[in-house]
Design a protein. Structure first.
Length: 157
């Protein structure tokens, strides 16, 4: 589990590095469809990642604190449509991701191997362990950071 925790922790630094040196206009620039780098702006990706990190951290905490808790799914497209992502701060979203991961990493480093096998019931995916949720969080962040890096490259940054 140490490797997975290390990857989770490193993800926070990867977020900061991915947006270093970008201007507000870079963050809000709508990508050209021909770039094949996703349809969201970098700012929208960051707010999405903040929402996802909140959900993942909540799931881990619920599983650790309760026996077989329910874990709710969320619709990322409804979030982007209804939560005014354009009005939110990309910089604050990035900082919140860093803080959430830093705080949860402190908890994760104190867990036993058995704690990583504690589980909850996801409303769509079924049984999920702490290790499952953590692995999904690592994959999800890396997946979206690739799109940010692709957009940066298209901006020439």
């Amino acid at each position: 589990m140490k490797d997975l925790i290390d990857q989770y922790e490193q993800g926070a630094q990867n977020v900061s590095q991915a947006i270093a040196g970008l201007s507000v206009s870079d963050l809000r620039r709508v990508p050209d469809a021909s770039w094949n780098a996703g349809k969201w702006t970098i700012a929208q990706v960051l707010v999405h990642l903040q929402d996802a990190e909140t959900a993942f951290a909540d799931r881990v905490r619920r599983i650790l604190a309760h026996d077989n808790p329910p874990l709710l799914a969320w619709d990322e497209n409804r979030f982007i449509e209804r939560l005014n992502y354009e009005a939110q701060s990309a910089e604050d979203a990035a900082e919140l991701i860093v803080l959430m991961r830093r705080q949860l990493t402190r908890v994760l480093r104190k867990l036993s191997d058995a704690d990583f096998q504690r589980a909850g019931q996801h409303s769509e995916a079924g049984r999920q362990t702490v290790a499952d949720v953590l692995g999904k969080a690592v994959w999800h962040l890396d997946h979206h950071l690739k799109f940010i890096r692709d957009k940066r490259a298209k901006f020439g940054k």
